[in-house]
Design a protein around this ligand. Sequence first.
Ligand code: SF4
Ligand code: SF4
Length: 225
Amino acid sequence: MGATHIGSSNISSAHNEICKQGGEYLRQYDYCITIGMVLPDSTIDGILRDDVHSFADYFSAYQSINQQLGIISIVIATFLQQNSYLSMAISPSLYPDKEKLCSNFSHKIGARLSGLGWIGKSGLLITPDYGPRVRFVSVLTNLRLRNSGYIMDSRCGNCHACVDSCPVHAYTGRDFVPEEPREMRYNAVACYDYHRQRKNEGKIDMCGYCVQACPYGKQAKNIVR
Ligand code: SF4
Ligand code: SF4
């Protein structure tokens, strides 16, 4: 169905953080299936052109990939349900909590615990091969699953590219520490306001410079030229 990444993890160690964000009802799910799809380079690198065509392409690619990830997650969740397991598909793109500016579950938790990548200074999940150029979706379940990989240490090192790329300085540049609140690293309100500002200026309310800037996403991918 087009997925490029798949992982599974036991998320019970993160239950307190998960329930704080989304609610106590999430504690019934001990396991997470994480599915990812790589974004097209032409879309992400097109951000730098900052014209109507590049952002229309960006908007279309995100919509299409989110839709496909949503379908995949529903298919898996329904399959689990039909086999007598608890399951819950988490939306790939909706941020219904307008106060906290987040969804009920962070896909990055499952992606990190399943060994698909590390949380970068951008707060994004950074995969070794595609950097942050991967969209994720999650299915929570009580089906017992093995962790598909080991938690990766950060490979950000001295890099600061995402921090420097942000037009509103939304990142503090701190490395990810699971126990620290997101606010220590990322100003979600500044990012959100910048999107609104763009809209008020007649531009498409999308950004993504921090995604484009990461060297792990830019590295050569065996392209034949
Ligand atoms: S999406 Fe844009 S405004 Fe938001 S953090 Fe990334 S670079 Fe900054
Ligand atoms: S741009 Fe650099 S600091 Fe930011 S997430 Fe990527 S590797 Fe880490």
